[in-house]
Every structure is written in C-alpha cells, then in structure tokens.
Design a protein around this ligand. Structure first.
Ligand SMILES: [Zn+2]
Length: 106
C-alpha cells in the first residue's frame, strides 16, 4: 500500500497539529507555542511543546519530536500509513489506495 507524497502532504496541511494533539494531551498556550505534559515520559513540569507555526511537536524531556503523523505513530503505536489514514479520516480526504485495480470506482 502506497500513498502519494503529495497526498500525504495535503492531508498533513489540512489539519492543525495543535488540534490533533490537544485531543490527546492537555495543552496550554505559551507565547507562540503550546505546552503540556509529555505523554511519552513521566514528568511534572511540562516540557512537551507544540508549534502551530511549524506544525511540529518536541519534548525537551525525552527528545521525541516530529510532525502530526509522528505523534500519532508514537502515541498510538501505529504505523505511518495508519497515522496518515487517521488524519485523512478527520479531514475527510479519501485515500484511493486501490485506484490501479478499481479505476472506475466512484
Ligand atoms: Zn517527553
């Protein structure tokens, strides 16, 4: 199963990483960024940072970081493809994985 690069990018740019992550992690705004308690390591002071501007997250405690797909992969222990599918569903973009075999579908 292969998803074209431009589709992966289109899906990613259709969501805000802040919206996605805030449904799993409680975030609060600090300056340009959002911060919260890292879901990947035990901590009492928030070092988990989400940048809306850059559309990435980074934890200064455990050094986990990346884009929205990386977050979902790590958080839910799912594959990259599954993470893309999950975001695609949220934004309502349909993935035509099998367009080669079903050319006339839809
Ligand atoms: Zn962390």
């Amino acid at each position: 199963m292969r998803i074209p690069e431009h589709t992966i990018e289109e899906i990613r740019s259709s969501v805000s990483i802040v919206d996605i992550i805030s449904s799993y992690v409680q975030l609060r705004k600090r300056g340009k960024n959002f911060i919260g308690l890292c879901p990947f390591n035990q901590e009492k002071t928030p070092s988990f940072t989400v940048s809306e501007e850059k559309q990435i997250f980074h934890c200064f405690g455990c050094h986990t970081g990346g884009n929205v797909y990386k977050f979902l992969m790590e958080y839910k222990s799912i594959s990259f493809i599954e993470a893309v599918k999950e975001v695609a569903e949220i934004v309502g973009i349909s993935l035509n994985f099998e367009e080669d075999r079903f050319e006339s579908a839809n």
